[in-house]
Design a protein around this ligand. Structure first.
Ligand SMILES: Nc1ncnc2c1ncn2[C@@H]1O[C@H](COP(=O)(O)OP(=O)(O)OP(=O)(O)O)[C@@H](O)[C@H]1O
Ligand SMILES: [Mg+2]
Length: 205
C-alpha cells in the first residue's frame, strides 16, 4: 500500500504553511500516518542546499539544478521510503514550485525543468496539489516583518516576479485540474481550512 503524496503550493506569503498542522492532524485523525516535510529541504543535505538557494546570488540554471539536487536526496531518503511504508507525505512546495519560480519567475525554459523532472522523478507526481492562490500584493502584505533586511532572495523580489510565478502556477493547475485544488487564499484562514480539509478528506478516503 502506498501513501498519498500531497503538496502545498503558492507564492511567498500566500498562506501555505499555516495549514500544515491542521492537515496533518486531520489525516492522523483518519487513522493515517503522516510525514510533514518541505522543499527545498527535508533532509540534512537538502536543508543545507536550501540555505544556499535562499541566501546566495546564483544563475537561474544553477538555482534550478541545486533545487533538483536537493529534491533527489529528499525523494530517495525521505519521500519515497515514507510513501512505500504507507505513510501520507505532506510536502510544503515540490516540483510545481520549480516550474513556477524558476520558469515563470526567472525565465528558465520549461523544457529544462521537464527534463530534470523526468530524470529525478519520472514515476511520481503529487496525488493532490493544494494551490493557495492570492494576488502578489495580498501575499506580500502578509509577509509583514519578513520583508525587511531579513528577507530571503525570493522574498526580496518585486510584485511583477510574484505575479509571473502565480500565473505559471495557475497555468499548470488548468492543465491538470483533477490533481490541483485552486484555493482563493485571499479568504480568511478559517474559511480556507474548511475547504482544504474537505478536499483532503475526499482524497484520503
Ligand atoms: N488566509 C489568511 N488570511 C490572513 N492571514 C493569513 C492567512 N493565511 C496565512 N496568513 C498569515 O500570513 C503570513 C504568511 O503565512 P504562511 O507563512 O502560511 O505563508 P506561506 O505561503 O507559507 O509563505 P512562504 O512561502 O514564505 O513560506 C503568516 O503571518 C500567517 O499568519
Ligand atoms: Mg511557508
Amino acid at each position: 500500500m502506498s501513501g498519498r503524496f500531497i503538496t502545498l503550493e503558492g507564492i511567498d506569503g500566500a498562506g501555505k504553511s499555516s495549514h500544515l498542522d491542521a492537515i496533518s492532524a486531520h489525516l492522523r485523525a483518519m487513522g493515517r500516518e503522516v510525514v510533514v516535510t518541505r522543499e527545498p529541504g527535508g533532509t540534512p543535505a537538502a536543508e543545507r542546499m536550501r540555505d544556499l538557494v535562499l541566501a546566495e546570488d546564483m544563475s537561474p540554471r544553477a538555482e534550478t539544478l541545486l533545487v533538483f539536487t536537493a529534491r533527489a536526496d529528499h525523494l530517495e531518503r525521505l519521500i519515497r521510503p515514507a510513501l512505500a511504508r504507507g505513510c501520507d507525505v505532506l510536502c510544503d512546495r515540490f516540483t510545481d514550485a520549480t516550474y513556477a519560480y524558476q520558469c515563470g519567475g526567472r525565465g528558465v525554459p520549461v523544457e529544462w525543468v521537464r527534463t530534470l523532472e523526468h530524470l529525478i522523478h519520472p514515476d511520481l507526481q503529487p496525488d493532490l496539489v493544494l494551490l493557495f492562490d492570492a494576488e502578489a500584493s495580498v501575499a506580500r502584505a502578509r509577509l509583514g516583518s519578513r520583508q525587511g533586511s531579513g528577507a530571503d532572495r525570493f522574498e526580496r523580489q518585486d510584485e511583477g516576479f510574484f505575479e509571473r510565478v502565480r500565473a505559471h502556477y495557475l497555468e499548470r493547475a488548468r492543465a491538470a485540474p483533477d490533481r490541483y485544488e485552486v484555493l482563493d487564499a485571499s479568504r480568511p484562514i478559517d474559511a480556507l481550512r474548511i475547504d482544504v480539509l474537505a478536499r483532503v478528506s475526499r482524497l484520503a478516503r
